[in-house]
Design a protein around this ligand. Sequence first.
Ligand code: HAM
Length: 456
Amino acid sequence: MALQAPEGTKDLLPDEAKFWNTFKQTAADVFGRYGYLPIETPMFEQTELFVRGIGEATDVVSKEMFQAISGENMKKLLAGESIKSKSRLSLRPEGTAGVVRAVVQHDLVPQGAAPVKLMYAGPMFRAERPQKGRYRQFNQVGVECLGAEAPTTDAEVIIMLMRFFTAIGIPAQSMRLLVNSMGCEKCRPAYRELVRAYMEDRRADLCDECMHRAEINPLRAFDCKNPTCSAVMDGAPKITDYLCDDCKEHYSAVKSYLDAASIDYVEDARLVRGLDYYTRTVFEVQVVDGLGSQNAIGGGGRYDKLAEEVGGRPTSGLGFALGYERCVLALQAAGVEFAPAARCDFFLACVDETTRQTAFGLLQMARDAGFIGEMDHQSRSLKSQFKLADKLGARMVVILGPDELAEGKIKVRNMATRREALVDLETAKGVLARFGGQPYGDQSALRLEEVFPVEE
Ligand code: HAM
């Protein structure tokens, strides 16, 4: 059997790959208005970064990390030798830890500086059990804002996330925004102990894994998918009843800014998110129908301790990431059709082989002038060439016949109106040549109809 893509991965074929580019461009446009600039960090990092940043009790770190190991180091490990801790690498399961590491390493938020606003888009890797909307390699678009503590910034990133979903076409009524506050290092430890005690009292009803979690980070038990555990955790103390005054004030300010911006949200005191770095505001956007259990299309929150965790000075921060593949599912569930990617402005059809040389030269000139053009490379019949032009979505077909060429003419057909006209080849070349020397991307001014006028 021919080899297949690995389990839990997905090829983005040209139409979808093109949509992924549009998706990233929309993100850059929306987030750019809020001052976000791109950052690219490596797809693998020291494993220790994820252990310290995301937390070793999380599923993401304890069960789902793909280790990245060189062949040489693998041999050493198999031989029972040890390898340096900096050689223990993992594929990134998410983007936040790497971006915060980069911000600390390059000192992007010097003391007293304005917040740094960064955005990224690319693949993340989690060794989860694949299912609808859950992949082992998936694409995220994310933002991170470092050096910002004010509740306006929390509201700003949430508004920005909702604006993005709307911009790509997910209907507002099919989304639900959940918000919560997870407290800070002042109020959360006491709350965590309360949850631990609550769990101890119900040890018999909780799975072994939850009880193990209870020892490291009891809040992780809120993520347990086991229905019995979930029912027990439903009755656990609620974090919002135990917030310190500062966290309470911060949370209520965030909500008031969301209210002022007319953003609908639901408060969910059980929303703890699956990563340990969060403090204070957390949020998640779910789609209401059509995605089954993997219905979170994006989520994020504040992480005021993460920079210290990875060795930097205290720097507050917050951000979110959204899952591209789940957004596509949400768009499909909402019945949104993708516009087929425009592939071809015009097609050059050769009546016989003698015209091929002229067609080849003209096609190159048209491409240099900014048009998407194609010709046949397999000596097809004229009829098949027209079929191909149709398939490619060509707006115009330029027909090169030996008789017309002998008189310096080419025939142009508008594929929508079926109108045809004879056009002077040298004139068309002259128009193309005027635009041909300009840099790529600067040629939008020229219209195909000016080169090949069909309609009078
Ligand atoms: P997360 O909730 O783990 O957060 O992931 C964000 C989004 O990535 C999810 O809402 C989901 O849409 C998508 N996603 C996660 N896992 C998968 C998967 N296996 N297959 C397909 N899509 C998936 C984070 O990653 C945080 N770094 C967000 C953040 C940024 N918080 C602060 N800054």
